[in-house]
Design a protein around this ligand. Structure first.
Ligand SMILES: [Zn+2]
Length: 198
């Protein structure tokens, strides 16, 4: 990519920084953006506006435009049941099942000793604060079926049970190595309904 002018190289590097893109795909995206000035300008404006307005929901820690996201701000949602997920993008497939009437909590990762991610790197303190403040009756752990997911569930189950709250996890049926984000709606729906008490 060194034969490109510096500003274009920089744009390619910016795309390449995003996970799963890679240098060739990054170059393709950069050329697409640059090939249509009106579209490129709109892309830049949208990105700037999103960066200026975005914040984290003070309750569930998801990305939001106000201090409360739409779900936490919805009075019809049951504040006493929290479904814990690892990533922001895990909420959407669970919402599509229509089985969860409560709220969510985004950990922003999972415990991974190999990658040096300890519980302190996650939003666990905020979760415990919510559990205490909102008289939470049940915490449902909807984490990826991976060794990181299992390690995180073990850790959370212990500290949540110490607070006297019911903890459950999605039923088996989601294959080992699966991410919540890519699990189909039918599997997720029955795993949610048949959740197991820890
Ligand atoms: Zn929220």
């Amino acid at each position: 990519m060194n034969h490109f002018p510096p500003r274009i190289r920089q744009l390619i590097d910016d795309f390449d920084m995003l996970s799963g893109i890679g240098p060739k795909h990054a170059a393709r995206l950069a050329f697409q953006i640059l090939s249509d000035k009106a579209r490129g300008k709109r892309f830049a404006d949208d990105l700037n506006e999103a960066l200026a307005s975005v914040t984290l929901c003070r309750e569930c820690q998801t990305i939001a435009e106000n201090s409360l996201c739409e779900i936490c701000g919805d009075k019809k949602r049951d504040q006493s049941v929290i479904c814990v997920v690892a990533h922001i993008q895990d909420v959407e497939p669970l919402e599509r099942t229509g089985k969860h009437a409560g709220t969510y909590h985004i950990l922003h990762g999972m415990v991974s000793p190999l990658e040096g991610i300890t519980p302190d790197h996650l939003t666990i303190k905020a979760l415990l604060d919510r559990v205490k403040k909102n008289k939470v009756s049940e915490v449902i752990l909807a984490l990826d079926v991976t060794s990181e997911g299992e390690a995180t569930m073990l850790y959370l189950t212990k500290i949540l049970k110490d607070l006297g709250v019911n903890v459950s996890k999605l039923a088996r049926g989601i294959p080992m190595g699966s991410n919540i984000e890519y699990t189909d709606e039918v599997t997720l729906s029955s795993a949610f309904e048949d959740r197991k008490k820890m």
